[in-house]
Design a protein around this ligand. Structure first.
Ligand SMILES: NC(=O)c1ccc[n+]([C@@H]2O[C@H](COP(=O)([O-])OP(=O)(O)OC[C@H]3O[C@@H](n4cnc5c(N)ncnc54)[C@H](O)[C@@H]3O)[C@@H](O)[C@H]2O)c1
Length: 283
């Protein structure tokens, strides 16, 4: 099936970015969330991001308008019934994702490709919750989606070669670089990156240095463009914590235990940029 209509589930940090990437590349996109408020916030985020691209001469004013025209915000999953590809980017929670995929497989035809942007949850388990699990695959985008080139294309044990090839080609159509990755907790990037962030939280909790200094050391000493605590704020501390929990539970190695301070910050609601407060504060 050739794909022109795409559904995106979740209008948060990643869902809005993914919806934007498809809309800019000419796809007709429906971005769905649980309420009008979330959908409106997601659409505003896309508009702001497109404004920035215009101000940097990356896209024209006409392309900005055309991309927004191709993007429709909707409430509820049932509005995605006519989509040919659905990319799920809802909150990182296994029960929630299994429920969404169960509902999707009852809602759409058996050839519709069902992708998840999960950071760490098993695609094989997600696929097993659906009918026709061979059309389930991971499309793991990176934050901020309009800027980051990589998409980890994650094959569930059940994913067919045809679906893998279709998603690999589609990723290139978005101007992104696909890398094929085995279905394993955290895939490749988060298996390496999030434990490093967790270790930076331990360093902060143990007062090794101030947050700015922990970040500066990694920027200047390891040539990272952004320090680990600033990156945690960008990713979302709740997402980082969930990834550590998935690594810890599924790989069973105590080296993946989440730092207690990370858990406490999430309990306090200090989730990073998206709420204005994490390791740093934001306007
Ligand atoms: N933040 C990152 O850097 C990053 C990077 C790659 C992948 N991811 C993954 O992307 C997914 C989304 O993360 P995010 O950072 O965008 O989170 P977020 O908290 O910014 O957004 C999640 C959105 O999902 C919505 N949602 C919850 N339940 C829903 C449902 N039943 N139907 C529709 N929408 C629903 C929420 O209302 C919210 O708007 C997660 O699986 C996360 O692991 C995140």
């Amino acid at each position: 099936m050739s794909i022109s209509k795409v559904g995106v589930i979740g209008a948060g940090t990643m869902g809005s970015g993914i919806a934007q990437a498809f809309a800019v590349s000419g796809f007709s996109v429906k971005m769905s969330d649980i309420g009008q408020e979330q959908v409106d916030r997601g659409r505003k985020a896309v508009e702001k991001s497109l404004d920035r691209l215009v101000s940097k001469d990356k896209i024209s004013v006409a392309d900005h308008g055309a991309a927004l025209d191709r993007l429709e915000g909707v409430v509820g999953l049932d509005k995605l019934a006519d989509c040919e590809l659905i990319v799920e980017a809802a909150t990182e929670n296994e029960e929630l994702k299994l429920k969404i995929f169960r509902e999707l497989s009852a809602l759409v035809g058996k050839d519709v490709v069902l992708a998840s942007n999960t950071s760490s949850i098993s695609l094989t388990r997600i696929a097993a919750a659906t009918t026709n699990p061979e059309r389930v695959i991971g499309m793991h985008f990176f934050n901020p989606v309009p800027v980051m080139k990589l998409v980890e294309v994650v094959r569930a044990l059940q994913t067919s070669d045809a679906v893998f090839e279709q998603v690999d080609a589609l990723t290139r159509q978005l101007g992104k670089e696909p890398v094929a990755v085995k279905d394993s907790p955290g895939f490749v990037v988060n298996r390496i990156l999030v434990p490093m962030i967790n270790e930076a939280v331990f360093a902060y909790a143990e007062n090794l240095a101030a947050p700015e200094d922990i970040d500066r050391t990694m920027q200047m000493g390891a040539n990272h463009p952004m320090g680990p605590l600033a990156l945690a704020d960008l990713i979302g501390l709740d997402t980082c914590l969930e990834v550590m929990k998935v690594l810890h539970t599924n790989l069973g190695d105590p080296k993946y235990r989440p730092c207690p301070l990370l858990q406490q910050m999430v309990d306090a609601g200090y989730l990073g940029r998206k709420v204005g407060r994490g390791f740093y504060t934001y306007e």
